[in-house]
Design a protein around this ligand. Structure first.
Ligand SMILES: N[C@@H](CCC(=O)N[C@@H](CS)C(=O)NCC(=O)O)C(=O)O
Length: 218
């Protein structure tokens, strides 16, 4: 297979790449990053920060890391202009929403999870409160961007902004609920019904629920 995705189906950023692959109809092989020593050795060679996803495109002779760059590469490979809009202003909005999600939703979520799992020693309550507050700011910002009535994260078509939103919002709302933000909730409901994300969730289901947080309440 020309496309090999190093990932784990439960990983939020891995799901982001999988959603893009399913949206574009690009077949791929999964190289499961299961934490075993043999796999990690190969994984570090393609992804030196040990972050998933990483994509190997054998036809293009290219290794791509960072989920957003992986998706830009996939979009171009599929002909371009679908997940990254051709219109420059629409592309800017797409990338902005993607950055808010990656940095301020996913980043804070990951730090809270690492703390809860004790990966950084004794959980730091002050740091977790700061991360949770920043997540609230991210929810506020997304709710404000949605005020123009857009259907998807950056407009009327499903883009890079939605690929990340589907998994990141689904996990992060278990740490900081959406609260009284109706547009955010409605967007998330649309993401949950998107076939590409349903497929990614089906891929993850055999691995159970690994999130150190209760189910979502709103
Ligand atoms: N900025 C990276 C973030 C990727 C990331 O944080 N991936 C997580 C899984 S959701 C990971 O690989 N964690 C493993 C670790 O940090 O040890 C991207 O967009 O690809």
């Amino acid at each position: 297979m020309a496309l090999v995705l190093w990932s784990h189906p439960y990983s939020a950023y891995g799901q982001k790449a999988a959603v893009a692959l399913y949206e574009l109809g690009l077949p791929f092989d999964l190289k499961l990053v299961d934490g075993s020593a043999g796999v990690m050795e190969g994984f570090l060679a393609v992804s030196p920060f040990a972050k998933m996803p990483a994509l190997i495109d054998t036809e293009a002779n290219r290794t791509v890391i960072e989920s957003s760059i992986v998706i830009e590469h996939l979009d171009r490979r599929a002909g371009g202009g679908r997940l990254i809009p051709a219109d420059p202003d629409a592309a800017l909005e797409t990338r902005l929403i993607d950055r808010i999600l990656d940095v301020y939703v996913g980043g804070n979520m990951n730090r809270i999870v690492f703390n809860r799992l004790g990966r950084a020693g004794t959980p730091n309550e002050t740091a977790m409160a700061q991360d949770a507050a920043e997540l609230q700011t991210a929810w506020d910002m997304l709710e404000a961007r949605l005020a123009d009535g857009r259907t998807w994260g950056a407009g009327e078509t499903f883009t890079l902004a939605d690929c990340g939103a589907a998994p990141l919002m689904t996990y992060a709302r278990r740490l900081v609920p959406f609260g009284d933000r109706p547009r955010l909730k409605a967007w998330h409901a649309r993401l949950m019904a998107r076939p590409s994300f349903i497929r990614a969730l089906e891929d993850a289901a055999p691995f159970g629920d690994l999130m150190p947080a209760p189910p979502a309440v709103d």
